[in-house]
Design a binder for this molecule. Sequence first.
Ligand code: IPE
Ligand code: IPE
Ligand code: MG
Length: 249
Amino acid sequence: MAKKSTASRPRIPTHVAIIMDGNGRWALARGLPRLVGHRAGTENLRRIITACVEFGVKYLTIYAFSTENWGRPREEVEGLMNILEDVIDRELAELNKEGVQLRHIGRLERLDPKLQEKVMEAIELTKHNDRLVLSVAFNYGGRDEIVFAIQKMIKDGIKPDEVSSDMVSHYLFTAGVPDPDLIIRTSGELRVSNFLIWQGAYSEWYVTSVYWPDFNKGEFRKALDTYGQRDRRYGGLTEMDGGKDYNAG
Ligand code: IPE
Ligand code: IPE
Ligand code: MG
């Protein structure tokens, strides 16, 4: 059998998106409060950002707080807000030095004005960095994003026959960021939980039972290696065709 050429296959995904799930169960397993799990999850994020820079991943998108997570007990929601604030205070200078560009996807409006300001300042400070684009999905929901995009298109007076797939992408929070090549979900749940439902149309998925605080560089490498073996066909016959359309003139 002919050996598969890997020349056209990107070994490292350009854009990795992660559903950082399992902080609560990680804490529960240790008899600790859930917020301790969220803190441990944040420390792990630092490691994964560094690994992305090292492995050459260009875009990382992380799901930190969903539009549905408001339904959790008040102390947990407040704790998660405080964690975001602390992370910006503690890590921003270092991230900036490493060449990380911070972006936010989701709705800032519902957050405390002081926190909103912090997020905006972090975005402004890092906007010219290009080593890694880190999009933080905070108060993000895929359906909310699409509804918001439709509202903006209508406000802009877009005509029905002007609407295209590219235009919809342009109206999403992720405008300018390529679609994720690989979506990782830690802690084993087999669902999308309202994450990048438009952008993930042809993403490869990797689900592991490892809880997010334990998802270290080695686990991340495993996910990337698995991705490297995938044949992304996009509805065609093989990735090696480079998405060739047999019926195009
Ligand atoms: C993911 O961990 C972080 C957020 C959703 C904010 P969880 O808090 O969902 O942890 P589990 O799923 O309860 O273990
Ligand atoms: C998804 O995890 C959201 C984040 C990781 C921020 P959840 O724990 O909220 O998702 P469900 O409830 O298991 O679907
Ligand atoms: Mg969860």
